[in-house]
Ligand binder design. Sequence first.
Ligand code: GLA
Length: 329
Amino acid sequence: MSVFAPARVNLIGEHTDYSGGLVLPVAIDLGTTVAWQPLDGLVRVRSLAFGDVVEIELDGGGIAAGWSRYVAAVVALLHEHGRPGAGIDAVVSSTVPIGSGLSSSAALTVSVALALCRAASFEIDPLRLARLLQEAERRAAGVPCGLMDPACVLLARRGHALLLDCASEEYRHVRLPDGISVVVVDSGVRHALEHSGYAERRAEVERGEPRRLRHVASENERVRLVASALEAGDLDALGPLFRAGHDSLRDDFEVSTPELDLLVDLAYEHGAIEARMTGGGFGGSIVVLADAGAAHALAASIVAAYDDRTGREGRFFVCESVDGAAVRP
Ligand code: GLA
């Protein structure tokens, strides 16, 4: 059997999840696959990307470093939440670039978790599982992240964005207009600051620092407006909202980088419907919506101009929206 768990890109609602705000991510057709068979008494996982095998006890014990910390944290948390001790022999492969802000870690934790649950015939509500995997990320990597990534990877629907209220945990699927592509352009910059910077921003929000709170409040309002504009098919409304979202992340929340700022400017110059940085920031990618017919050429010209101006190598993905993670026979 196998599980496919998609990556996600957030359309808007950035750094709002951990204060109970609104987010609007989309699951995309990059993802992580776990193929497994039952194994007695042990979770054995081989990573095709890293070429190594780890063996983890059914309560999450055993030696775990690097990518396998995520697996060990998932095994441990599912054990703590009552998963019966069924082992698996699994192979993990992935098309999600690491460090691009597409939540490769949620694709990994969700795919492993669904395999473990199915192997043990253990039923768990998707939102409860998402909360558990939010905790797994904190245990494995020390990042005090929010609910958005695992919730999107579990609950997304093809052709839609997921509008999630991270306080009430109510959600609904917002239809994406026809003829539009979601494009991710990766700046190729990964700042070492990311983990500490993320935790610092979260602490600043919790302390109530005015500029950080101003971002959160204005961003929540933008999510509402973007969801309405998408539903009304009012594409003209999107550009200014995404522009304001990016500027707020740059100026009020201070998580953008010069490279992301440049990519966003280039995207608008080259005819994007909207563009802004996406994910936690301090590097990573921008998200662009573009007319489907022009998306590939648009993305290529943004990357060419970016490479020219910075001497870096950007790259892009023209994505399809997909359903959330599922077990396949
Ligand atoms: C990371 C975290 C998410 C969210 C975003 C910022 O992706 O994992 O929980 O906070 O950053 O919106």
